[in-house]
Design a protein around this ligand. Sequence first.
Ligand code: FE2
Ligand code: FE2
Length: 169
Amino acid sequence: MPDSIDFHRLWLAVAQVPHHRDPYSAHGPDHWRRVERNGCILAAKTGAKIHVVRLFALFHDSRRENEGWDPGHGKRGADFADTFRDRFFDLPDEDYELFRQACIWHTEGVHHEDPTIGTCWDADRLDLGRVGMIPSARFMSTVFGKEIADHGVIHPWLHLAEPYLADTD
Ligand SMILES: [Fe+2]
Ligand SMILES: [Fe+2]
């Protein structure tokens, strides 16, 4: 059941990926954590499925092979999650498909009307400041994502993530 996902245990396992030993690389675990935080903030208003968003944050860049143009890394991340499903977490097929689509298309996709997939992508793009890019409302799928991008920083909404992130480090 989604409510039983042990995210702490899952993070420990996934973060062992060899090419992400540097937690502060542009697409490494430090970025994943901020995407998770952003996604939890967004989900408070977008109605996104929170477990899907948190799994996206963890896996979407988990199988990158470099820090530059890396085609197919989203699909590799989704496929990597397959190896953990049932052993580390369970998710209904319908929700797992949302997760897979969010991962596979997170680079090439621009907007998505599904609130969960849109929230995943907005959460990722709201962290573009780490690579010197200013998040733009034009590339946000959700109304709340646009509001945050227009504001410039996400900090006024940080409290919205607290209920979801009690089990993080
Ligand atoms: Fe990515
Ligand atoms: Fe990312």
